[in-house]
Design a binder for this molecule. Structure first.
Ligand code: ADP
Ligand code: MG
Length: 766
């Protein structure tokens, strides 16, 4: 069934040419026991390798069942080796990290036999060679004779037609050799056995046919065979393929024998993963912390409508806060001389100016009340507040000093935020509230502004019932014909002597911020009912002095000229111009904020840019800035970790390469059993996949473990900041995949090197 026709094989070492086989012509019968003898270096092994398809001849042809192999593809050779040939080597060539059973099974795994059948067939042949009791041992737990039996079992398990044995007893004592030879002779009853031996005694005792070689030529053949046209078609050529699961199993069992190194390798590979996992965990935890902060603390920040909205981008671009005077084009810096130039504060042309209109106030009025806790509308109006001391003297109370402003507009929210310590909440324009701080203190400035001494303590009842008068503009300012200006009324006592002057107001309650209030809305001092504002502004708008000031470009009180902005400010102080300078909307909850901003955005829809009113969301700015910072830091740290990931990948590549070198013999064995190049690549890819997986799991586990001490340390360092490092749930999965991918890539080249190893040379390695 096999015919060698003028097979020639030469080896070239530099310029030296060694002819290992020289026009060998030889035919074999279907069943016979052929012993090939000859001195060392005569070409016996080379001949066997040619027949077994482990190596290619330079010229001539090998006919298998009369079929030429000259144009065989790699796949056909692989299949031929796997199905038709069983190799038995002098040095057994067993895979050391696998059990006897697994060693025998391996040939079957390449031909795609089911696990169950594989096991059964392997056990059967092991029984045949007398090793039933040793199937779970590792090769190095066996004697030489036993190892050779395993090798024979492996050669037989696929039921090949040809057994090729290269000095099978060369390393075995003579007693055991006899048993092995008996076994081989038995096999030859059904198969073609070609055995190489330099021991002529053994050859003569067992073989049916002796072929001797010398210098690569056939010197003698005891029983030549010439019937070349023998075509029984027994040889099967079926493609082999190793399942990736088998490759994984092979690599896994190999890695198991090198546990320590595998762990160290995986650990090295995991360092980058640890770094990235930690960085991302911290970024994640920080973002969650910010989110929490956003929901609790930052939710207390109002949405603010200022004359000039704060624009983070513009501020960054222009390098300064809004409202800073622009650089002049026509003046030089640090000038000589003694002149001082007045200038009007104008805004940068690029800056947006909010012109708050009545429309806008109506729009805010239309806001769903449940969305906010408070809408604070700030105006510059400066009411004339008068108080008569016990001595009868009337004093002007500085409204700025006593923080004279509106109390909260929503009663329910007021009750949640403030405790009434004495009296009640103001109910109408005549009622005032005194707000004191958490320690029941009042700033001396407030006390003094009320005309009281700050050197004694006071009782609640000292303030309850304290009366004031709010002087309306025309009551307070009287036109003076001679100066053509308005002057404050000279006798302020009139306000207290007559009933028809001023709006009488009286402190009716004392309040303090409650314990569980999150932030303070009212500064300590005296607060009035919103109705008082309305009343006062309504009056101011139609006041005589107000009208007069509207008409004039000089102050109607001082007679001095006013710039347009100074005039506007003055009109606001008087209350004639009631445009708010600021509106603050305090959302009821974080979720409501979006609804509020959506409502505010709706106002701008369809309006010209100049008419738009832009709000400032302080919380959003804080979040944007901190978010940017955290993102920036994360990128840098991720970049560093990525470098370590690359370094560890390279290392894994090197280690895989070392593994390739170490497993060269195994590569040769697998190839001799019919493994394709692809299968060899698979085995090493499987190894890197396993290492990558272990590295990923290890990295994730270590990083996860580290998040706990990190959190403890950060909690100690920064008060109230908890769980800064929190691993996102998807991260382990993603990073393990990355780890596998990277180690896989770094192992590709070594795996390719492995698969390109020449099987014969690979087998030669010890
Ligand atoms: P035998 O098995 O009979 O001892 P071999 O078949 O191993 O002999 O070798 C035949 C000849 O070919 C020897 O001279 C040997 O040195 C040479 N040879 C075998 N393999 C190689 C190789 N890979 N490279 C170079 N020379 C080789
Ligand atoms: Mg040899």
């Amino acid at each position: 069934m096999l015919d060698l026709i003028d097979i020639t094989k030469r080896y070239e070492i530099g310029t030296f040419r060694q002819t290992a086989l020289d026009s060998v012509r030889l035919s074999f019968r279907n069943h016979e026991f052929v012993a090939v003898t000859g001195p060392s270096g005569s070409g016996k092994t080379t001949l066997l390798n040619m027949i077994g398809g482990l190596d290619r001849f330079d010229s001539g042809d090998l006919l298998i069942d009369g079929k030429s192999t000259a144009h065989f593809s790699e796949a056909e050779w692989d299949a031929y080796r796997n199905h038709s040939i069983g190799f038995v080597f002098q040095t057994y060539n067993l895979i050391h990290h696998m059990s006897v059973l697994a060693n025998v099974e391996i040939g079957l795994t390449l031909s795609g036999v089911s696990a169950e059948e594989r096991r059964q067939r392997a056990l059967d042949v092991l029984k045949k060679v007398g090793l039933s009791d040793h199937v779970h041992k590792k090769p190095n737990q066996l004697s030489g004779g036993q190892m050779q039996r395993v090798a024979i079992a492996r050669a037989l398990v696929n039921d090949p037609d040809i057994i090729l044995a290269d000095e099978p007893t060369g390393a075995i004592d003579s007693e055991t050799s006899k048993q092995i030879m008996d076994l081989i002779r038995n096999i030859s009853k059904e198969k073609l056995v070609i055995m190489v031996t330099h021991d002529e005694g053994i050859a003569k005792a067992y073989a049916h046919r002796l072929v001797s070689l010398k210098d690569g030529r056939i010197e003698s053949d005891s029983n030549p065979y010439h019937n070349h046209m023998d075509k029984e078609g027994r040889l099967r050529i079926k493609k082999t393929a190793m399942a990736f699961s088998q490759a994984l199993k092979l690599s896994f069992s190999n890695l198991k024998t090198k546990k320590f190194r595998t762990i160290i390798t995986a650990f090295a590979g995991s360092i980058g993963i640890i770094g990235i996992a930690l960085v991302l965990s911290i970024a994640n935890g920080m973002n969650r912390e910010i989110d929490r902060l956003e929901r609790t603390t930052l939710a207390e920040f109002p949405i603010q409508i200022d004359p000039v909205p704060f624009d983070l981008d513009a501020a960054r671009e222009q390098g300064g806060p809004p409202g800073r005077a622009p650089e002049p084009d026509d003046l030089e810096k640090h000038p000589d001389g003694t002149t001082i130039t007045p200038y009007e504060r104008t805004l940068r042309t690029t800056q947006h100016v909010n012109v708050i209109t009545d429309d806008y106030l109506d729009h805010i009025d239309a806001l769903d009340e449940s969305l906010y806790n408070e809408v604070a509308i700030e105006r510059r109006v400066n009411m004339n507040l008068l108080r008569q001391r016990e001595t009868g003297e009337v004093i002007n109370v500085n409204t700025g000093h006593i923080n004279f402003s509106q109390t909260l507009s929503k009663e329910a929210f007021f009750d949640d935020t403030y405790d009434i310590l004495e009296g009640r909440r103001p109910d109408n324009e005549h009622e005032l509230l005194l707000v004191i701080d958490e320690y029941n203190r009042l700033n001396a400035r407030i006390i003094n502004a009320l005309g009281l001494s700050d050197t004694t303590t006071y009782q609640f009842e000292d303030f309850i019932g304290m009366r004031f008068t709010v002087a309306l503009l025309d009551e307070y300012y009287v036109f003076n014909e001679t100066s053509d200006l308005y002057r404050a009324r000279t006798d302020l006592g009139d306000f207290f002597d007559t009933d028809d002057l001023g709006i009488d107001v009286e402190i009716v309650g004392i309040a303090r911020m409650s314990d569980d209030a999150v932030s303070s809305f009212l500064s300590p001092g005296i607060k009035h009912h919103p109705d008082l504002t309305a009343l006062y502004l309504e009056d101011a708008r139609t006041s005589e002095i107000g009208m007069a000031q509207m008409e004039s470009d000089t102050s109607v009180i001082t007679g001095l000229p006013l710039s347009s902005s100074a005039k506007q400010a003055f009109l606001r102080t008087l209350g004639v111009d009631s445009t708010p300078v600021q509106i603050r909307i305090y959302p009821a909850s974080f979720e409501d904020k979006d609804a509020i901003t959506a409502h505010l955005d709706a106002f701008n829809e369809g309006r010209e840019e100049s008419e738009e009113i832009r709000y400032t969301d302080i919380a959003a700015i804080v979040i944007a800035i901190t978010g940017d910072v955290i993102d920036g830091i994360s990128y840098v740290l991720v970049a560093f970790s990525a470098i370590s990931l690359v370094v560890s990948s390279i290392m894994i590549g090197i280690i895989t390469y070392v593994s390739v070198l170490e497993r060269t013999k195994e590569i040769g064995i697998l190839r001799s059993l019919g493994a394709r190049k692809k299968d060899i690549t698979s085995v090493f890819n499987a190894e890197t996949v396993i290492i990558g997986f272990i590295a990923g799991v290890l990295g994730i586990t270590i990083a996860w473990g580290l998040t706990f001490p990190i959190n403890v340390i950060i909690r100690r360092l920064v008060d109230g900041v908890e769980n800064v490092a929190v691993m996102p749930l998807t991260l382990p999965f993603i990073l393990i995949m990355i780890s596998i991918a990277l180690t896989f890539i770094s192992g590709l080249i070594p795996a390719r090197i492995a698969s390109n190893k020449h099987p014969v040379e690979a087998l030669r390695i010890e």
